[in-house]
Design a protein around this ligand. Structure first.
Ligand SMILES: *[C@@H]1O[C@H](CO)[C@@H](O)[C@H](O)[C@H]1NC(C)=O
Ligand SMILES: *[C@@H]1O[C@H](CO)[C@@H](O)[C@H](O)[C@H]1NC(C)=O
Length: 805
């Protein structure tokens, strides 16, 4: 600028000297005409009096025709005054740009004589341009880590003017952090440099707004401003920071993989990549069960957690920003127990058999319960299901004893299926059951039991020896040999020595055999005590009585007790008073039959009589009565042959002969007895009977003849009489009919009771007519009684008893 100023001063001086020189040297100097004008003069402004400076007078002007010759006519010459005038706008910056000196050179031409004059017009700068920034606002990024003293070149402003009018200075709005230094380039242009005075902290203030002012040196100076925004850029000066140092979370076990556990949060005050945080588990930890999303910090479960395996997980999680700074936090995950394990029951010992005589409270088995869960989820209670004679008692922790709690009976329940249920206290409760079968062992606790309380069997006498008569059977519900029954005869009312000759029993089958033929007449009944014994140890036995009733067969013929021959073989006589009335009881045939029942039911029949019709014989009673009075023709001595028949099938019979003597006293009878030697007696009797029979036949014939004659007479007078005489028509009223003789149905009830003792035999016969009542006679045959008790229901019976030797 100093040189510019100098030039300005020289031009001024030239301009001041120029007219003077011109006048001195005339035409010689005419070529050196020089003017100096400021730029931007208005059109028509006078630059200088050219004519005068050329030495031309005003008068000469019209002839000389002074004018400017130029391609670009910036100037014109006034024809009247010869002054040089500005004819167009003169902008120095346009014409000369940044050149320090700006001169317009042209020729002035004068005619008559033609002369050329060289004119030089210097155009001086005026401060017509303001300094201009290329932008109104600038942005400057400065890292916060920049040290104080650092310089930043700012955008410069431009001023078209030159010299002092050009840009001279920059100013910065006052602030604490920045200052400005004006710098000059080699070409002389100025530029501003920003200097950092103090360290910046982006985290404190992110930006600063400064105003840069450019000033030129004009008078007055012109200025313009530009806004500078200083953006403090981030330096990775902050590590990431977790929102918590320790993250604690509780998580139920068995959460499905993929479940979000928690989200860790970390912040970084830096920005951009420096604040870009990525998360990862610390390498050292070898975490496999959890995963972390490196961007979001969300921790998820990768595989199922098991409380029973690991209860607590502790992990170190790192957050790393883009600048590589690291922060760490601890994640603690507590796994909460879920009731996911079923309690178990385990039998520690199991017996093969439980004997049925096991006492109450006997220890049977030990069982353990197990639940891998903890707390309430692992607290197990044990229960025995159902109604069984066992119970469980807690023994020690999680151990139970199974003991008997009732009476065991193998025969009733041979085995028990017991179920033990273990239940924990979790929510929901879990349980499991175990079933075991306990077999009950047999003990010989059951006595054999006979199928009947007592047995009675009827055996007909004369049975074949060795035949089976009955079978007894006893059952024993015990097992094996405890229930294996054998039979024996242990007692009887028979003579012990003879017992084995009577009966025997098969030990296995209980079949009772008769060892001999029984005789009803000797032994009507006997009683055995049979024993059934099992093979247990000790064995148990039961007794039963077997009563053998020997049935009667008609094997005994009736035996006549009276009349009998005397001890010397002589016959006994019954005396009948001569004056005996009809119906007089002469004697009684007494017979017995060792059989019983029908077999002993005797009937009496007359086979032969000395005087038929003189005596009647009671059919059942055997009573001999006179049926009419004794006549003169009747022999004093009478004989009656009587047959005694029993009711058996076929009947058996015996005969008896009765001797009767009609006499009023023994003395009278005696001769009769002695007169008749026993040897000839039978012959005379026979003869007597023949005579009697002949006489009877004769009488009968006579009777028939008489009867026939009478009937004939009756028929001739009344023919109907003969009809009635035919058999069957009038039999009811026929006088000769004897109904009692023909009757088969017995009008008598009877009974024969025989009691036997070892030495003496009593036969007790009792018969009664029971025509009215038809009642049976009760007969109690008790072995202890000497005489059996027989209750007749009629008082009209005639018991006769006697001793038989
Ligand atoms: C016990 O269980 C077994 C097998 O399930 C079965 O055969 C038997 O009948 C059961 N016994 C009882 C007494 O329930
Ligand atoms: C069975 O009878 C025998 C002989 O009389 C006797 O010794 C035994 O005690 C009886 N047994 C029972 C169980 O009654």
């Amino acid at each position: 600028m100093g040189s510019g100023t100098r030039e300005w001063g020289r031009a001024e001086r030239r301009r001041a000297f120029f007219p003077f020189l011109l006048s001195l040297f005339g035409l010689v100097l005419s070529e050196q005409i020089r003017y100096r004008i400021p730029e931007e003069m208005p059109k028509g402004s006078v630059v200088g009096n050219l004519a005068k400076d050329l030495g031309l007078s005003v008068h000469e002007l019209p002839t000389r025709k002074l004018r400017v010759s130029s391609e670009k006519p910036h100037f014109a010459v006034s024809a009247e005054s010869g002054e040089l005038l500005v004819s167009s706008r003169l902008d120095r910056e346009e014409i000369c740009g940044k050149k320090p000196a700006c001169a317009l050179e042209f020729e002035a031409v004068a005619e008559n004589p033609l002369n050329f004059y060289h004119v030089n017009v210097d155009i001086e700068d005026i401060n017509d341009h303001t300094p201009k920034f290329t932008q109104n606002a600038f942005e400057l990024q400065i890292s916060e880590s920049t040290k104080p003293g650092a310089r930043f070149i700012l955008g410069s402003a431009h001023d078209a003017d030159i010299g002092t009018n050009s840009l001279q200075n920059y100013h910065l709005s006052p602030n604490d952090y920045f200052s400005l230094v004006n710098k000059e380039k080699l070409d002389g242009s100025k530029y501003p440099e920003l200097v950092l005075k103090k360290p910046l902290d982006r985290e404190e203030q992110k930006s600063y707004y400064l105003t840069l002012t450019a000033l030129d040196g004009g008078n007055p100076p012109l200025s313009s401003t530009a806004q500078i925004e200083v953006l403090v850029t981030d330096a990775n000066d902050n590590p990431p920071v977790f929102s918590q140092d320790i993250y604690r979370v509780s998580l139920k076990e068995n959460v499905s993989p993929g479940t979000t556990v928690l989200r860790v949060m970390a912040t970084d005050q830096d920005e951009g990549i420096n604040a870009e945080i990525t998360f990862a588990f610390s390498e050292a930890d070898q975490i496999t069960q959890f995963g972390v999303d490196s961007r979001t910090g969300v921790i998820t479960v990768l595989s199922t957690l098991d409380f029973e395996e690991v209860k607590d997980h502790s992990m170190v999680l790192e957050a790393r920003d883009g600048g590589g700074m690291i922060a760490q936090c601890t994640v603690e995950i507590e796994v909460l127990d879920e009731n996911d394990n079923i309690p178990e029951v385990i039998f520690q010992s199991l017996p093969d058999l439980i004997m049925e005589d096991t006492e109450l409270g006997t220890y049977i088995a030990l069982l353990k319960v197990r639940d891998k869960d903890s707390g309430d989820n692992g607290e197990v209670t044990c229960k025995l299901e159902g109604d069984v004679p066992f119970k469980i008692l807690p023994s020690s922790r999680n151990t139970y004893k199974l003991v008997t709690d009732g009476i065991l009976d193998r025969e009733h329940t041979p085995e028990y299926n017991i179920t033990i249920t273990a239940t924990d206290r979790g929510k929901p409760q879990l349980f499991s059951s175990i079933g075991v079968t306990f077999r009950i062992g047999d003990v010989n606790d059951n006595t054999p039991v006979f199928n009947q309380a007592s047995y009675a069997v009827h055996v007909s006498e004369n049975n074949p020896p060795g035949s089976s008569i009955t079978q007894v059977s006893a059952s024993d519900p015990d097992l094996g040999s405890n229930g294996l029954v054998s039979y024996a005869i242990v007692a009887s009312d028979l003579e012990p020595r003879t017992l084995s000759s009577y009966v025997s029993v098969n030990t296995q089958s209980g079949v009772v055999f008769a060892q001999r033929a029984f005789d009803h007449e000797k032994l009507r009944a006997f009683e055995l005590t049979l024993q059934a014994r099992d093979q247990g140890s000790p064995s148990l036995s039961a007794n039963v009585s077997l009563r053998v009733l020997v049935g009667d067969r008609n094997d005994n013929a009736p035996r006549v007790l009276y009349p009998t021959l005397g001890p010397d073989g002589s016959a006994l006589f019954d005396t009948v008073p001569r004056a005996a009335q009809p119906g007089y009881l002469v004697t009684k045939v007494v017979a017995v039959d060792a059989d019983s029942g029908h077999n002993a039911w005797l009937s009496y029949h007359v086979l032969q009589a000395t005087e038929p019709g003189l005596f009647s014989l009671g059919f059942r009673t055997g009573e001999v009565r006179t049926s009419r009075a004794l006549g003169d023709k009747d022999a004093a001595r009478q004989r009656l042959l009587v047959a005694v028949r029993d009711g058996g099938q076929p009947p058996l019979s015996a005969t008896a002969t009765l001797h009767m003597i009609f006499a009023d006293s023994i003395q009278e009878a005696l001769p009769e007895l002695s007169d008749h030697p026993t040897l000839s007696d039978q012959q005379t009797e026979l003869q007597f009977y023949l005579v009697v029979a002949l006489a009877l036949i004769s009488v009968l014939f006579l009777l028939v003849v008489i009867l026939a004659t009478a009937l004939r007479l009756r028929r001739s007078s009344s023919p109907t009489t003969w009809d009635c005489f035919q058999p069957g028509l009038c039999s009811k009223s026929g006088p000769g009919v004897l109904p009692n003789q023909k009757e088969e149905t017995l009008p008598y009830s009877y009974n024969l009771c025989v009691a036997q003792t070892g030495t003496t035999e009593f036969n007790f016969l009792k018969c009664s007519e029971q025509l009215n009542s038809g009642q049976d006679i009760l007969c109690n045959d008790s072995p202890g009684a000497l005489f059996p008790l027989c209750n007749p229901s009629e008082s009209t019976s005639h018991p006769v008893s006697f001793l038989k030797t």
